[in-house]
Design a protein around this ligand. Structure first.
Ligand SMILES: Nc1ncnc2c1ncn2[C@@H]1O[C@H](COP(=O)(O)OP(=O)(O)O)[C@@H](O)[C@H]1O
Ligand SMILES: [Mg+2]
Length: 379
């Protein structure tokens, strides 16, 4: 775990470029620092490997104050990838990747094996690329080597400062995907700096939004999108972005939480009265069981009354019993697909204890979408 405790940085005694940072990064997480240019992202990151020393406050890694760790030792134990890679031009790719482990006096044969495997990991086979020089590689390939080099000494932590910012969009997407795969595979703690919100949302387990040397919100991408703490975050993240990433909208976000219940033995006439009274078009038919929580046994939408002439018919005779249960965290995109495929009007939503917590209708979906969709004048 990495922890920042009351960390400040100033260069001129008057203004803080970093002001009272307090946050924790769990091991194995990929954390993104995002914010406008000059807000303090690189400074924050470089305090972790002591390229920059805080003016005040303490940074802990695994509970240890990093001031007590030898600078060089610390730096070699943390991978570091920057935008313009910084490969040594007069060294081959193999030499570039081997530098730090050899400096740490690791066994040569082991280091060679490591280079071989890492080059495979980043998609540049040893046989083809190891003896080349950096300038014989494309920008994207150089950046892959930058990542391999950062991994060469088996660090637990990797710092990445806008590593993909100079790459074309397609290469950039590829490297982002590969980083996610690598992170899943290797489980390293990664701090990733970017000024690009899309990149932050794509990569981050959690995102720290920075403004003028402070972290204004440190949350999961979903939380940031749904509940920005203030207008700055909302503007910066972009209110309409949720619409661009509809898979982040979950069933529970679009359900109607007011469930109107009806007993299976109620008649059509009684049910219509209940619907009118509660201004709803759907009823949940609930079986009251002694000692057991109430059980949903059917759904009656107003459409079920169509063509019925005898309004003494009971709910249990006309209710829909083959309803499809929707778990509360199912993505809206999936909910919509299921509803379309099965031609469903009413979808009951259940929590992890199989309790009915809401019902999704077209109206409830539209209600939410209309709030998060871009306004027409913004097209
Ligand atoms: N050596 C320095 N002396 C004075 N000010 C600095 C120095 N390094 C960075 N700064 C200032 O600190 C602030 C944060 O910089 P930085 O962390 O590089 O921002 P970011 O990476 O978010 O673009 C900026 O306003 C920058 O001008
Ligand atoms: Mg920077």
């Amino acid at each position: 775990m990495i922890e920042f405790k009351n960390v400040y940085k100033s260069y001129d005694e008057k203004t803080y470029v970093i002001e009272n940072l307090n946050f924790k990064i769990e091991s194995g997480q990929l954390i993104v620092l995002v914010g406008e240019s000059g807000c303090g992202k690189s400074t924050t990151m470089q305090m972790v490997n002591r390229l920059i020393e805080p003016t005040q406050g303490t940074i802990f890694i695994g509970g240890k104050d990093i001031k007590t760790i030898d600078k060089n030792e610390l730096r070699r134990s943390i991978g570091y990838v920057i935008q313009d890679v910084g490969l040594f031009p007069h060294q081959t790719i193999e030499e570039n990747i081997s530098t730090v482990p050899l400096l740490c006096k690791k066994d040569k044969t082991e280091v060679h094996k490591k280079v071989l495997s890492l080059m495979g990991t980043v998609g540049l086979p040893y046989d083809k690329y190891a003896k080349r020089y950096p300038k014989e590689l494309s920008g994207g390939q150089q950046q892959r080597i930058g990542v391999a080099r950062a991994l060469a000494n088996d660090p637990d932590i990797i710092l990445m400062d806008e590593p993909f910012s100079a790459l074309d969009p397609i290469t950039r997407e590829q490297l982002q995907d590969e980083l996610l795969r690598l992170h899943d595979e290797l489980g390293k703690t990664i701090i990733f700096v970017t000024h690009d919100v899309d990149e932050a949302i794509k990569l981050g387990d959690k995102i720290a939004v920075m403004q003028k040397g402070k972290i204004v919100q440190f949350e999961t991408p979903e939380e940031l999108l749904k509940n920005p703490v203030n207008e700055f975050v909302e503007q910066f993240i972009g209110k309409n972005r949720l619409w661009k990433t509809p898979e982040m909208v979950k069933a529970e976000d679009v359900m109607n939480c007011t469930i109107i219940e009806v007993n299976p033995n109620r008649s059509v006439a009684q049910a219509i009265e209940t619907m009118k009274k509660h201004n709803t078009t759907v009823l949940a038919v609930i079986l009251k069981e002694d000692g057991v929580s109430n059980k949903l046994i059917g759904i009656v939408g107003a459409n079920r009354f169509h063509g019925i002439t005898d309004n003494t018919i009971k709910m249990k005779d006309i209710m829909k019993t083959d309803f499809i249960k929707i778990p509360k965290d199912m993505a809206l995109t999936e909910v919509i697909r299921i509803r379309e495929e099965n031609n469903i009007m009413y979808s009951p939503v259940f929590d992890e204890h199989d309790n009915l917590i809401g019902i999704i209708t077209n109206t409830s979906i539209l209600g939410v979408l209309s709030q998060i969709m871009p306004k027409s004048e913004e097209y």
